[in-house]
Design a protein around this ligand. Structure first.
Ligand SMILES: [Zn+2]
Ligand SMILES: [Zn+2]
Length: 350
């Protein structure tokens, strides 16, 4: 690969819907993995309580102990909370939509920045419109890619302020409504939480939570997750990568990213079973084994820049209102056909 000055343009449609269809045809038993996991709520609760307890533990310690605790423990807890917010965004805890959204707001509290409701909105579009620059918030802005380029120091700054760069992308995604009463509730809950922690524990507790948040998504081996998922770290043929390393055990299997894109209606605890059921489809793909190795490779390898992403113009037949459930839509379509009924317009479009 040589130094890029533009994204990789693809004429093909995103790769996941086709694979979902093929796997469901060849391994119809995969459909049994689709469902909700209400016990995930206890993981949310446990992680929130852990972060509040840690904030209390470090509230009177010196600032460097606060920083080390945030890097070694807090970052992992906050990263897991991100995975929980992701589960809530896909409504994988409860059947009731509001219950999932409220669980997401709860998981978001120790992260200090109200983002769970907005994340749901933008992330679903990332699934439905992978690579469509004006809808996929996971893609960098053009100015962002140009600014960071392939420079070491640029990538350090980019990872350090990753959440900030995300905020700048909102302006690009004009078709997505950024504010409503759920977003307002998210903000109010966060403001109440921050006030409560500040009054009860003091500023160092807030500093611990703030550093945990920034490390969990940025300049930390865990930050390599964002690189792993869709950055073209091998060639230009494959645009989604899974990670099968040990940190999946503390990250609720979030590394199974190809599996998740193929089956977004399967909860975190059953993602490894997709690979086990249909190994032919996943063993043939390139995957990552170490976030730490990828983290350093991304920083030092001049042949990887923010331009190493696939973008496309073709939205397929996917409507803007799509809820990103290609697996459930296909299962419903097959069910209708088995019963001799006409498939729904949505399923027929797949
Ligand atoms: Zn997702
Ligand atoms: Zn993705």
């Amino acid at each position: 690969m040589s130094k890029r000055t533009d994204f990789v343009h693809s004429e093909k449609q995103e790769p996941h819907r086709l694979r979902t269809k093929q796997i469901l045809q060849e391994h119809p038993e995969v459909r049994k993995l689709i469902g909700k996991n209400k016990y995930t709520f206890f993981a949310v609760l446990g992680l929130v309580l852990f972060q509040v307890a840690m904030a209390w533990v470090v509230k009177d310690r010196s600032w460097w102990i606060v920083a080390v605790a945030a890097y070694l423990l807090g970052a992992f807890a906050d990263h897991s909370l991100f995975v929980m917010i992701h589960e809530c965004a896909h409504h994988l805890l409860f059947k009731n939509r509001a219950a999932n959204r409220l669980s997401g707001i709860l998981a978001n509290l120790p992260q200090l920045f109200p983002s769970s409701v907005s994340f749901e909105r933008y992330h679903i579009k990332h699934h439905s419109f992978q690579g469509i620059h004006e809808l996929d918030a996971d893609l960098p802005n053009r100015w962002e890619a140009k600014l960071i380029n392939n420079y070491f120091i640029g990538k350090v700054i980019w990872l350090l302020f990753y959440p900030l760069f995300q905020v700048f992308r909102i302006n690009r995604l004009r078709e997505i409504k950024p504010f409503d009463k759920w977003v307002a509730l998210n903000w109010i809950a966060e403001a109440a939480f921050i006030t409560g922690i500040w009054v009860a524990f003091g500023p160092k507790a807030i500093l611990y939570l703030l550093l945990s948040f920034f490390f969990s998504v940025g300049l930390h081996p865990l930050g390599a997750r964002w690189i792993q998922e869709h950055y073209l770290t091998y060639d230009e043929q494959q645009e989604t990568f899974s990670y099968y390393g040990v940190l999946n055990h503390v990250a609720f299997n979030v590394g199974y990213h190809n599996e998740h894109h193929d089956f977004p209606s399967i909860p975190w605890n059953k993602l490894p079973q997709i690979k086990k059921t249909a190994p032919r489809y996943y063993d043939s793909l390139v995957s990552h084994k170490s976030w730490t190795r990828l983290f350093f490779r991304f920083l030092f390898d001049k042949e990887i820049s923010l331009y190493h992403r696939v973008i496309r113009k073709d939205r397929g037949k996917v409507a803007l209102t799509d809820e990103s459930r290609p697996d459930m839509d296909l299962v419903a379509q097959n069910g209708h056909q088995a019963n001799g009924q006409k498939p729904s317009a949505k399923a027929a479009a797949l």
